[in-house]
Design a binder for this molecule. Structure first.
Ligand SMILES: Cc1cc2nc3c(=O)[nH]c(=O)nc-3n(C[C@H](O)[C@H](O)[C@H](O)COP(=O)(O)OP(=O)(O)OC[C@H]3O[C@@H](n4cnc5c(N)ncnc54)[C@H](O)[C@@H]3O)c2cc1C
Ligand SMILES: Cc1cc2nc3c(=O)[nH]c(=O)nc-3n(C[C@H](O)[C@H](O)[C@H](O)COP(=O)(O)O)c2cc1C
Length: 602
């Protein structure tokens, strides 16, 4: 229904509310309208979930299938949503709940439970799953005898601890007495088809008991917590071909890093985003590498191959559809079997040796070092589908409207006597020309958001490309004329070469939008200085800001920086409050539960 036709009788709104809504919408452009629609839908969704968790619906409570998901970048949430839709289409009652919104004490009431969860770091849960993951290993966790479960993990086999969190969940639930009724699946990056198969199998396993219990309790079909978002028609599966408007190097000529400021036009799409979201970007592999691979495997570039239902030339498939850079054990195994290469076959038997082997190599290194004649389709079947890379969005639509900005660090390294580039960063920094089309989609991240209250202070720690979402935050707060104080910690090797967005940051400091900026240029003095050292130097003030309600954000390197910053925060809390380690960690857990400690790390 169009808003102009809306009246109080045809809506749940009063006449006064209809008039106010019409007045507001008249002032908004289409992008703003789409944003508001998503904002309201997400709000309504949160309210709905809040009402469901721990509540006691009148019928069928015991017979609902609870779907719990733990997801950082939306993949598990997507699979959980598909599971919900499939369950509903079978007439089953379902509750779909993010682990972040789930009260662990509600576990006692569950009878049928599915867990959809990804893995991060060194086999760690995504942030929204941390509390439940930990709770299940404590003495407080309830007995779950008689509870039927099925677990599905999403991960990436290029990581050592593949789908570890899903394994942990299943093991912990089983230990509490729950019975696995359908075998766990550990799915790799190319998970779509296998997820559909697993969902169907898992529902077959749950359906007879669920239906029997639904009958016994009145059989009412219940459905809760549908994730309502302002869904764009453009998604990971159906990306938008956007114009690449600008790719500008923002590190100096003598810098050891090549960082690019990238601007992409979303004009012609319905894609909207909120500061804290990421942009998924598809890329084309390097044609020079593709031709080399074809020569090494003695394959005619025009040979036709099939990928899913699509038929295309093997050359096009290698450029557009398949991973050639990021290595993982599954490729080495398939290539070893396809080529019968004895050295590679030996690795298949030895997990540790396999890890050591793939660590310094990209996929084409394996082919380059072990060339063998192959059929075109055999090569294609060895490779996994090219995955979009995610980039933290570095702009606010309040400032740039239908553009989206990114801050991309080029992955480049020397190995085996030649230059190696990352697939996507290499494409954007070196091969793509301004004006060309890149396929993109926006990935919402409700776990990295500015405080709703504009008066709340924020502390942002974003060294290197970690600065990206904070540029978006600052643009947004500037546009909103938010009065809350903003404190930025930035770091990189050298002041003269690597101060990303220096002019903007200094401008914000001058205008007063930024209350404080602390920079750590690690190599500008004899002793290395990092953002965590700057936090430590400001220990008292950081603690005062936290006590005054500040939200604390970290973005950038997950392996070292985020861990060091976390430890520094623990030390700061101990030093200023007299708490011990356990209580200081608890202080941070409480901040996290209140959405006041958020990370966007990779
Ligand atoms: C939520 C999220 C937000 C992100 N935001 C940003 C951002 O704002 N800016 C940004 O730049 N990146 C960001 N990233 C990282 C980004 O998604 C890509 O992972 C990164 O750009 C590398 O992708 P690529 O295709 O260029 O490299 P790939 O082709 O994926 O190659 C990278 C791989 O190469 C290997 N490698 C790298 N260096 C070496 C070496 N020296 N020796 C041997 N092997 C090596 C590693 O296995 C590495 O995984 C983000 C990631 C996530 C998940
Ligand atoms: C920084 C980072 C670390 C990751 N670590 C692991 C890991 O240790 N094990 C694993 O199986 N997958 C790992 N992954 C892959 C994710 O689990 C995978 O992309 C998954 O589909 C994400 O699902 P989500 O969007 O629901 O969080 C990692 C991904 C990122 C970006």
């Amino acid at each position: 229904m169009l808003l102009g036709q809306l009246n109080a009788a045809a809506s749940p709104l009063s006449q006064e509310q209809v008039q106010k809504l019409q007045g507001l919408v008249a002032e908004l452009n289409p992008i703003q309208q789409a944003w508001v629609s998503g904002y309201l839908a997400a709000n309504a969704n949160t309210a709905a979930l809040g009402g469901v968790v721990g509540a006691t619906p009148s019928a069928g409570e015991g017979a609902a299938l609870t779907i719990l998901y733990g997801s950082q970048t939306g993949n598990s949430k997507g699979v959980a949503t598909k599971l919900k839709e499939q369950a509903e289409s079978r007439g089953l009652a379902v509750k779909l709940v993010s682990m972040a919104d789930y009260k662990p004490t509600a576990l006692k009431k569950e009878k049928f439970l599915t867990v959809v969860v990804s893995t991060y770091g060194e086999g760690e849960p995504p942030e929204d799953a941390e509390a439940l993951h930990e709770f299940l290993a404590t003495k407080k966790a309830p007995k779950l005898d008689g509870v039927k479960i099925a677990v599905i993990g999403l991960g990436d086999s290029s990581y050592e601890f593949f789908c570890q969190t899903a394994k942990d969940f299943e093991q912990r639930l089983n230990k509490l007495g729950a019975e696995t009724v359908y075998q766990r699946a550990d799915l790799d990056v190319d998970y779509d088809e296998e997820a559909v198969t697993w969902i169907s199998g898992a529902l077959d396993a749950f359906e007879p008991d669920l239906k029997a219990q639904q009958g016994a309790t009145g059989g009412q079909v219940l459905s809760f917590g549908a994730p309502v978002t302002a869904a764009s028609q453009y998604t990971k599966q159906n990306p938008f071909a956007a114009e690449l408007s600008t790719v500008q190097k923002i590190t100096g000529r003598d810098s050891s890093k090549d960082v690019r400021h990238v601007e992409i036009s979303l004009e012609g799409s319905d894609i909207t985003y909120t500061p804290g979201d990421s942009l998924g970007v598809y890329f084309l592999n390097d044609e020079v590498l593709v031709d080399e691979v074809l020569t090494l495997t003695q394959i005619d570039a025009a040979s036709q191959v099939k990928i899913a239902d699509e038929q295309l030339s093997v050359r096009d498939a290698l450029i557009e559809k398949l991973e050639l850079t990021q290595s993982y054990p599954g490729f080495v195994e398939k290539y070893a079997i396809a080529t019968g290469t004895p050295e590679l076959l030996k690795l298949v038997e030895d997990k540790a040796a396999m890890r050591e082997y793939i660590e310094p190599r990209q996929i084409f290194d394996v082919i380059r070092q072990n060339p063998a004649k192959l059929e075109a389709q055999t090569l294609v079947d060895c490779l996994r589908k090219l995955q979009a890379r995610l980039y933290s969005i570095a702009s606010s639509q309040a400032e740039v409207e239908d553009e989206v900005h990114l801050t991309i660090g080029l992955v480049e390294f020397e190995a085996f006597g030649s230059e190696h580039l990352g697939g996507c960063s290499g494409y954007l920094a070196r091969r793509a020309e301004e004006g060309c089309k890149v396929k993109v989609f926006s990935e919402h991240n409700d776990n990295f958001r500015l405080p709703a209250n504009d008066e709340t202070p924020v502390i942002m720690v974003g060294p290197g490309t970690g600065i990206a979402p904070f540029r978006a935050f600052l643009q947004e707060r500037d546009a909103r004329e938010a009065t809350g104080k903003n404190w930025l910690f930035f770091g990189n090797p050298h002041f003269t070469q690597d101060f990303l967005y220096q002019v903007e940051i200094q401008g914000y400091l001058k205008s007063g939008l930024l209350s404080k900026v602390d920079v750590a240029f690690s190599r500008d003095q004899a002793e290395k200085v990092y953002v965590q050292d700057k936090l430590r130097e400001n220990s008292k003030a950081v603690f005062e800001w936290l006590e005054a309600g500040a939200h604390f954000y970290i973005c950038g390197d997950a392996n070292r920086m985020a861990k060091d910053v976390h430890q520094t925060l623990v030390d700061i809390i101990k030093e200023n409050s007299g708490k011990n380690d356990i209580d200081a960690e608890q202080y941070l857990k409480d901040l996290r539960s209140a959405n006041r400690y958020q990370k966007d790390v990779y």
